[in-house]
Design a protein around this ligand. Structure first.
Ligand code: UD1
Length: 342
């Protein structure tokens, strides 16, 4: 019996690379497609260094439908596709909405067309908690009503989900959309992790770069929210736990255990931490001090977001196992490896 073949688009990115490692370690054969627009080729060697297996790699932009078509022609019997490849910078998406709609939606549409044509009928979609907008209820359930997306990036995730849902209703395709809360941390080998382009927007890479002396000072965006310490609350999830949710999703689709043709799952720990709790944990567990100060609120930030993760537990058999200490220590270890390499 040959191992099942999984096509991972965006497989050299932050979440993609960790997912490739977990898939290989679970016995899947992995094919990576990536255009290297926001990732680096050396990650391919790092994956091999961790697992001992070199994944097959196609450097390809999914907007080039002919080339995508060629890939499907060449790779027979793709058991499932995990689709990560997308632009993801929230601020840039507000400034350049067309760039985001064009890239993220056409890539998905081209992929679905190829999947339909070649009978590759299982899809795991990289969605985001951003689909909920600023939610009315906490914890957030999969049934929580979507509010208006706060960025074009968020709109592409909402629209992406809708495109997939409608396609599943009409075609033999089955899909699982995973709505990630706040992915952080890195592989404990220190060989793969997040590689933000330029100045990071997200909290954890900003913290690690400040600790490494690359950034002078971390700004805490507001301490006057209606939360216990006044700073915003998020559901941070270790990227290795997150990667494992993709393996479980492939297992479920390939074994035809899904109860609906299109399913959605929140992927978080279910526990919210404030910005100050993250800073304090980072300092305490890594034995260092961060230079930070309180500044004004960042426009568009929700006061608090954390998931009800019971559906993923019940149907995917998945639950986060790594806690805050693992998140902050692995993120810092990765940053140190990166800083040493330069
Ligand atoms: C952001 C995006 C979200 C995307 C996610 C990907 C926005 C509004 N949301 O989520 O759409 O899916 O990243 O990971 O951009 N913070 C600081 N100082 C900083 C950076 C962040 O105080 O330098 C605070 C923020 O105010 C927020 C928390 O840290 O309360 C987390 O911020 P971030 O890591 O950017 O994630 P989100 O905003 O939750």
């Amino acid at each position: 019996m040959f191992p099942h073949k999984i096509l991972v688009t965006g497989g050299l990115g932050f979440i993609g690379s960790h997912t490739v490692v977990e898939l290989q370690q679970a016995g899947y054969e992995v094919i990576i497609l990536d255009d290297l627009s926001n990732s680096q080729l050396f990650i391919l060697d790092r994956i091999k260094a961790i697992t001992g297996i070199a994944p097959k790699f196609y450097q390809l932009n999914m907007l080039e439908e002919d080339k995508l078509h060629q890939l499907f022609l060449q790779e027979e019997n793709i058991a499932a596709v995990i689709h990560f490849a997308a632009h993801k910078a929230v601020g840039e998406s507000v400034a350049e909405p067309i760039k985001y709609f064009h890239n993220n939606l056409y890539a998905l549409i081209n992929l679905l067309r190829c999947m339909e044509q070649f009978g590759a009928n299982n899809l795991v979609f990289s969605s985001s908690a951003t689909v909920y907008g600023d939610p009315d209820e906490l914890p957030i359930r999969e049934t929580t009503v979507f509010k208006k997306a706060m960025s074009a990036y968020g709109s592409t995730k909402q629209m992406g989900e809708e495109i997939i849902e409608k396609t599943c209703a009409a075609k033999p395709i089955n899909a699982i959309a995973l709505r990630y809360f706040n992915p952080v941390g890195a592989h404990n080998s220190g060989l793969i992790g997040e590689l933000p382009l330029g100045i990071p927007n997200n909290l954890m890479p900003y913290i690690t770069q400040t600790a490494a002396g690359i950034r002078k000072q971390l700004l805490v965006y507001g301490n006057d929210y209606d939360t216990p310490d006044g700073t915003c609350i998020r559901d941070y999830i270790h990227v290795v736990d997150l990667a494992k949710a993709h393996v479980k999703s492939c297992d479920r689709l390939i074994s035809k255990n899904n109860s609906e043709k299109y399913e959605t799952y929140n992927i978080g720990t279910g526990k919210g931490y404030s910005v100050m709790e993250i800073i304090n944990a980072f300092e305490a567990f890594n034995h260092l001090q961060l230079n930070y100060s309180i500044s004004a609120r960042r426009p568009g930030d929700a006061k608090a977001m954390y998931a009800d993760v019971s559906k993923a537990g019940k149907h995917l058999g998945w639950k986060a196992s790594l806690g805050l200490q693992d998140m902050v220590t692995s993120a810092w270890y990765w940053q140190q490896q990166l800083s040493n390499a330069h």
